[in-house]
Design a protein around this ligand. Structure first.
Ligand SMILES: [Zn+2]
Length: 308
Protein backbone atom coordinates (compact mmCIF):
# COMPACT_ATOMS: atom_id res chain seq x y z
CA UNK A 1 0.00 0.00 0.00
CA UNK A 2 1.37 3.44 -0.86
CA UNK A 3 1.64 5.87 2.01
CA UNK A 4 0.65 9.53 2.02
CA UNK A 5 2.89 11.92 3.92
CA UNK A 6 1.87 15.07 5.74
CA UNK A 7 4.01 17.73 7.40
CA UNK A 8 2.25 19.77 10.07
CA UNK A 9 3.59 23.34 10.15
CA UNK A 10 2.45 25.24 13.23
CA UNK A 11 2.61 29.02 13.03
CA UNK A 12 2.63 30.85 16.35
CA UNK A 13 1.77 34.50 15.71
CA UNK A 14 0.72 35.91 19.09
CA UNK A 15 1.39 35.86 22.82
CA UNK A 16 -1.88 33.99 23.41
CA UNK A 17 -1.00 31.44 20.74
CA UNK A 18 2.40 30.95 22.36
CA UNK A 19 1.29 30.73 26.00
CA UNK A 20 -1.99 28.84 25.57
CA UNK A 21 -2.15 27.40 22.06
CA UNK A 22 1.29 25.75 22.06
CA UNK A 23 0.84 23.74 25.31
CA UNK A 24 -2.60 22.58 24.11
CA UNK A 25 -1.16 21.47 20.76
CA UNK A 26 1.77 19.71 22.45
CA UNK A 27 -0.69 17.59 24.37
CA UNK A 28 -2.77 16.64 21.30
CA UNK A 29 0.36 15.86 19.27
CA UNK A 30 1.66 13.65 22.08
CA UNK A 31 -1.66 11.80 22.34
CA UNK A 32 -1.61 11.12 18.61
CA UNK A 33 2.16 10.37 18.56
CA UNK A 34 2.71 13.02 15.88
CA UNK A 35 5.86 15.13 15.51
CA UNK A 36 5.47 18.52 13.86
CA UNK A 37 7.31 21.72 12.95
CA UNK A 38 6.67 24.79 15.14
CA UNK A 39 7.50 28.27 13.86
CA UNK A 40 7.59 30.97 16.53
CA UNK A 41 7.29 34.76 16.22
CA UNK A 42 9.37 35.82 19.23
CA UNK A 43 9.25 39.63 19.09
CA UNK A 44 6.54 42.07 20.20
CA UNK A 45 2.91 41.03 19.75
CA UNK A 46 1.50 43.96 17.77
CA UNK A 47 -1.72 42.15 16.83
CA UNK A 48 -3.79 45.29 17.44
CA UNK A 49 -2.09 47.01 14.51
CA UNK A 50 -3.43 44.34 12.16
CA UNK A 51 -6.80 46.07 12.45
CA UNK A 52 -5.51 48.76 10.06
CA UNK A 53 -5.63 46.12 7.30
CA UNK A 54 -9.34 46.95 7.16
CA UNK A 55 -8.34 50.08 5.20
CA UNK A 56 -5.75 48.40 2.99
CA UNK A 57 -6.78 44.85 2.20
CA UNK A 58 -9.73 43.83 0.13
CA UNK A 59 -11.75 41.19 1.99
CA UNK A 60 -10.06 41.67 5.40
CA UNK A 61 -13.18 42.79 7.27
CA UNK A 62 -15.34 40.07 5.72
CA UNK A 63 -12.75 37.45 6.69
CA UNK A 64 -12.56 38.76 10.27
CA UNK A 65 -16.33 38.50 10.64
CA UNK A 66 -16.69 35.19 8.79
CA UNK A 67 -14.08 33.46 10.97
CA UNK A 68 -15.29 35.18 14.16
CA UNK A 69 -11.75 36.49 14.65
CA UNK A 70 -12.66 38.96 17.45
CA UNK A 71 -14.04 36.10 19.57
CA UNK A 72 -11.08 33.83 18.81
CA UNK A 73 -8.28 36.32 19.36
CA UNK A 74 -9.94 38.12 22.28
CA UNK A 75 -10.16 41.82 23.03
CA UNK A 76 -6.76 42.03 24.74
CA UNK A 77 -4.83 40.58 21.79
CA UNK A 78 -6.69 42.90 19.43
CA UNK A 79 -5.47 45.92 21.43
CA UNK A 80 -1.75 44.95 21.64
CA UNK A 81 0.44 47.56 20.00
CA UNK A 82 -2.34 50.18 19.91
CA UNK A 83 -4.42 50.70 23.08
CA UNK A 84 -2.17 48.33 25.06
CA UNK A 85 1.63 48.06 24.89
CA UNK A 86 2.95 45.23 22.70
CA UNK A 87 4.17 42.41 24.98
CA UNK A 88 7.42 40.64 24.07
CA UNK A 89 6.56 37.01 23.24
CA UNK A 90 10.07 35.66 23.97
CA UNK A 91 9.87 36.99 27.54
CA UNK A 92 6.75 34.95 28.29
CA UNK A 93 7.22 31.25 29.09
CA UNK A 94 10.97 31.21 28.23
CA UNK A 95 11.10 27.45 28.90
CA UNK A 96 8.52 26.68 26.19
CA UNK A 97 10.78 26.37 23.09
CA UNK A 98 12.97 23.82 24.91
CA UNK A 99 9.82 21.93 25.89
CA UNK A 100 8.68 21.83 22.26
CA UNK A 101 12.10 20.52 21.17
CA UNK A 102 12.27 17.97 24.00
CA UNK A 103 8.98 16.49 22.75
CA UNK A 104 10.69 15.72 19.43
CA UNK A 105 9.27 18.60 17.41
CA UNK A 106 11.16 21.00 15.19
CA UNK A 107 11.42 24.62 16.38
CA UNK A 108 11.97 27.33 13.78
CA UNK A 109 11.31 31.04 13.41
CA UNK A 110 8.16 32.80 12.25
CA UNK A 111 9.74 36.25 12.12
CA UNK A 112 10.25 38.73 14.94
CA UNK A 113 7.45 41.32 14.76
CA UNK A 114 4.81 39.27 12.89
CA UNK A 115 2.52 42.19 12.03
CA UNK A 116 5.41 44.40 10.88
CA UNK A 117 6.71 41.73 8.49
CA UNK A 118 3.25 40.78 7.27
CA UNK A 119 2.15 44.37 6.56
CA UNK A 120 5.37 46.17 5.67
CA UNK A 121 7.85 43.71 4.17
CA UNK A 122 7.73 45.20 0.71
CA UNK A 123 8.15 48.76 2.06
CA UNK A 124 10.99 48.04 4.51
CA UNK A 125 14.57 48.87 3.49
CA UNK A 126 16.77 45.76 3.04
CA UNK A 127 18.70 46.61 6.23
CA UNK A 128 15.46 46.64 8.25
CA UNK A 129 14.47 43.23 6.85
CA UNK A 130 17.88 41.87 7.90
CA UNK A 131 17.42 43.36 11.36
CA UNK A 132 14.03 41.63 11.77
CA UNK A 133 15.65 38.28 11.00
CA UNK A 134 18.70 38.98 13.18
CA UNK A 135 16.47 40.01 16.10
CA UNK A 136 14.47 36.80 15.72
CA UNK A 137 17.69 34.73 15.67
CA UNK A 138 18.96 36.54 18.75
CA UNK A 139 15.77 35.86 20.69
CA UNK A 140 15.82 32.22 19.53
CA UNK A 141 19.47 31.75 20.57
CA UNK A 142 18.79 33.26 23.99
CA UNK A 143 16.08 30.67 24.59
CA UNK A 144 17.53 27.55 22.93
CA UNK A 145 21.31 28.23 23.00
CA UNK A 146 21.57 27.60 19.24
CA UNK A 147 20.57 29.25 15.99
CA UNK A 148 17.32 28.44 14.19
CA UNK A 149 17.70 26.39 11.00
CA UNK A 150 14.30 27.20 9.53
CA UNK A 151 12.34 30.37 8.83
CA UNK A 152 8.67 30.62 7.85
CA UNK A 153 7.70 34.08 6.63
CA UNK A 154 4.79 35.76 8.45
CA UNK A 155 1.72 35.95 6.23
CA UNK A 156 3.55 34.09 3.41
CA UNK A 157 5.22 37.34 2.41
CA UNK A 158 8.62 37.02 0.81
CA UNK A 159 10.58 39.49 -1.30
CA UNK A 160 13.97 39.54 -3.06
CA UNK A 161 15.33 41.42 0.00
CA UNK A 162 13.99 38.86 2.49
CA UNK A 163 15.34 35.93 0.45
CA UNK A 164 18.77 37.56 0.26
CA UNK A 165 18.82 38.30 3.99
CA UNK A 166 17.72 34.76 4.87
CA UNK A 167 20.37 33.22 2.60
CA UNK A 168 23.02 35.40 4.24
CA UNK A 169 22.02 34.17 7.70
CA UNK A 170 22.69 30.50 7.12
CA UNK A 171 19.27 28.93 7.35
CA UNK A 172 18.91 25.34 6.15
CA UNK A 173 15.58 26.00 4.43
CA UNK A 174 12.52 28.23 4.51
CA UNK A 175 8.77 27.81 4.31
CA UNK A 176 7.83 31.24 3.00
CA UNK A 177 5.31 30.59 0.27
CA UNK A 178 2.23 28.70 -0.91
CA UNK A 179 2.78 26.17 -3.62
CA UNK A 180 2.90 22.56 -4.71
CA UNK A 181 6.34 21.21 -3.75
CA UNK A 182 9.96 22.02 -2.77
CA UNK A 183 11.90 24.43 -5.02
CA UNK A 184 14.56 27.10 -5.24
CA UNK A 185 12.70 30.43 -5.55
CA UNK A 186 13.52 32.75 -8.41
CA UNK A 187 12.91 36.49 -8.60
CA UNK A 188 13.69 37.74 -12.12
CA UNK A 189 17.09 36.24 -13.01
CA UNK A 190 18.11 35.68 -9.38
CA UNK A 191 17.66 32.20 -7.94
CA UNK A 192 17.72 31.94 -4.16
CA UNK A 193 20.23 29.30 -2.98
CA UNK A 194 17.96 28.57 -0.03
CA UNK A 195 15.56 25.62 -0.34
CA UNK A 196 11.88 26.54 -0.03
CA UNK A 197 9.29 24.02 1.20
CA UNK A 198 5.91 25.67 0.57
CA UNK A 199 2.60 25.13 2.32
CA UNK A 200 0.55 23.03 -0.09
CA UNK A 201 -2.83 22.79 1.66
CA UNK A 202 -5.36 25.56 2.31
CA UNK A 203 -5.71 26.77 5.93
CA UNK A 204 -8.67 26.50 8.27
CA UNK A 205 -9.04 30.26 8.66
CA UNK A 206 -9.25 30.68 4.89
CA UNK A 207 -12.03 28.22 4.32
CA UNK A 208 -14.04 28.34 7.54
CA UNK A 209 -17.49 29.76 6.83
CA UNK A 210 -16.69 30.11 3.12
CA UNK A 211 -19.62 28.56 1.23
CA UNK A 212 -20.79 27.11 4.55
CA UNK A 213 -17.50 25.26 5.21
CA UNK A 214 -17.44 23.74 8.73
CA UNK A 215 -14.31 22.40 10.50
CA UNK A 216 -15.31 18.85 9.53
CA UNK A 217 -15.62 19.84 5.85
CA UNK A 218 -12.19 21.42 6.06
CA UNK A 219 -10.66 18.22 7.51
CA UNK A 220 -12.28 16.15 4.77
CA UNK A 221 -10.82 18.48 2.15
CA UNK A 222 -7.33 18.12 3.65
CA UNK A 223 -7.71 14.33 3.66
CA UNK A 224 -8.94 14.30 0.05
CA UNK A 225 -5.87 16.26 -1.05
CA UNK A 226 -3.35 13.81 0.44
CA UNK A 227 -1.32 11.98 -2.16
CA UNK A 228 1.00 8.96 -2.08
CA UNK A 229 3.26 10.62 -4.66
CA UNK A 230 3.42 14.18 -3.30
CA UNK A 231 4.08 14.89 0.40
CA UNK A 232 1.78 17.66 1.62
CA UNK A 233 2.36 20.53 4.06
CA UNK A 234 -0.52 21.81 6.17
CA UNK A 235 -0.14 25.08 8.08
CA UNK A 236 -2.15 25.40 11.27
CA UNK A 237 -2.22 28.29 13.74
CA UNK A 238 -1.63 28.00 17.50
CA UNK A 239 -4.39 30.60 17.95
CA UNK A 240 -7.01 28.52 16.09
CA UNK A 241 -6.22 24.80 16.02
CA UNK A 242 -4.56 25.27 19.44
CA UNK A 243 -7.65 27.16 20.66
CA UNK A 244 -11.33 26.84 19.74
CA UNK A 245 -10.62 24.27 16.99
CA UNK A 246 -8.41 21.96 19.06
CA UNK A 247 -10.90 19.07 19.00
CA UNK A 248 -11.32 19.41 15.25
CA UNK A 249 -7.55 19.29 14.81
CA UNK A 250 -7.31 16.19 17.04
CA UNK A 251 -10.00 14.56 14.91
CA UNK A 252 -8.11 15.36 11.72
CA UNK A 253 -4.97 13.73 13.17
CA UNK A 254 -6.98 10.66 14.19
CA UNK A 255 -8.45 10.33 10.69
CA UNK A 256 -4.96 10.66 9.18
CA UNK A 257 -3.68 7.95 11.53
CA UNK A 258 -6.58 5.65 10.55
CA UNK A 259 -5.66 6.14 6.90
CA UNK A 260 -2.02 5.27 7.60
CA UNK A 261 -0.74 8.79 6.87
CA UNK A 262 2.89 9.30 7.86
CA UNK A 263 3.84 12.58 9.52
CA UNK A 264 7.16 14.27 8.90
CA UNK A 265 9.03 17.29 10.22
CA UNK A 266 9.91 19.80 7.52
CA UNK A 267 13.54 19.91 8.70
CA UNK A 268 13.98 16.17 8.10
CA UNK A 269 12.50 16.44 4.61
CA UNK A 270 14.78 19.43 3.87
CA UNK A 271 17.88 17.42 4.86
CA UNK A 272 16.74 14.54 2.66
CA UNK A 273 16.08 16.82 -0.33
CA UNK A 274 19.39 18.67 0.06
CA UNK A 275 21.32 15.44 -0.34
CA UNK A 276 20.55 15.83 -4.04
CA UNK A 277 20.08 19.57 -4.64
CA UNK A 278 20.38 19.10 -8.41
CA UNK A 279 17.04 17.31 -8.41
CA UNK A 280 15.22 20.28 -6.84
CA UNK A 281 13.49 22.46 -9.46
CA UNK A 282 13.46 26.24 -9.51
CA UNK A 283 10.27 28.27 -9.76
CA UNK A 284 9.33 31.93 -9.94
CA UNK A 285 7.78 33.54 -6.87
CA UNK A 286 4.62 35.37 -7.83
CA UNK A 287 2.11 37.43 -5.88
CA UNK A 288 -1.25 35.68 -5.78
CA UNK A 289 -4.67 35.68 -4.14
CA UNK A 290 -6.11 32.62 -2.41
CA UNK A 291 -9.77 31.82 -1.75
CA UNK A 292 -10.76 33.15 1.67
CA UNK A 293 -7.51 35.04 2.36
CA UNK A 294 -7.42 38.84 2.36
CA UNK A 295 -4.58 40.53 0.47
CA UNK A 296 -1.92 38.77 -1.55
CA UNK A 297 0.58 36.04 -0.61
CA UNK A 298 3.84 34.87 -2.18
CA UNK A 299 3.12 31.82 -4.33
CA UNK A 300 5.22 29.32 -6.25
CA UNK A 301 4.93 29.83 -10.00
CA UNK A 302 5.11 26.91 -12.39
CA UNK A 303 8.03 24.53 -11.89
CA UNK A 304 11.12 24.94 -14.04
CA UNK A 305 13.72 22.35 -15.03
CA UNK A 306 16.15 21.06 -12.45
CA UNK A 307 19.80 22.01 -12.74
CA UNK A 308 20.99 18.45 -13.35
ZN1 LIG B 1 1.71 33.79 11.07
Amino acid sequence: MSISKLGIKIDVDTLAGYCQGVPALLQVLEEQAVTASFFLALGPDNSGKAIFRVFRQRGFLQKMLRTRAPAIYGLKTMCYGTLLPAPLISAAAPELPARIAAAGHEVGLHGYDHVRWHDQLFRLPAAAVSREIAAAQEAFAALLKRRALAFAAPGWQCSPASREALAAQDFLYTSDTRGSGPYFPRFGQTVSPLLEIPTTQPTLDELLGLDGCRPRDFSNLVLSRLSPTRPQVLTIHAELEGGPYLDDFARLLRCCRQQGVEFFRLEDWARELLQEPGRIPTAMVISGRLPGRAGTVSCQGSMEATTS
